[in-house]
Unconditional design. Structure first.
Length: 68
């Protein structure tokens, strides 16, 4: 399954997160601040180990626009 397909677009927008890489059972997730509630929610939805990756709010907005 492609890394972008593991998280529904509507949930990515709601949580303000973007999957950036997947390797096996690990998903790297771009976010503008580390928020463990959002990390936990993505982990529950995907069943994957989630590693947060910080990015600027504007970079996240651009990525969400491209993704969704």
């Amino acid at each position: 399954m492609p890394w972008r397909a593991v998280l529904p677009h509507h949930l990515a927008r709601e949580l303000r997160v973007v999957p950036v890489k997947r390797d096996g059972n690990t998903l790297w997730l771009a976010m503008d601040e580390v928020d463990m509630e959002r990390v936990t929610r993505v982990k529950e939805v995907t069943g994957l180990r989630v590693i947060p990756v910080l990015c600027t709010p504007s970079a996240l907005d651009n990525a969400l626009e491209a993704l969704c």
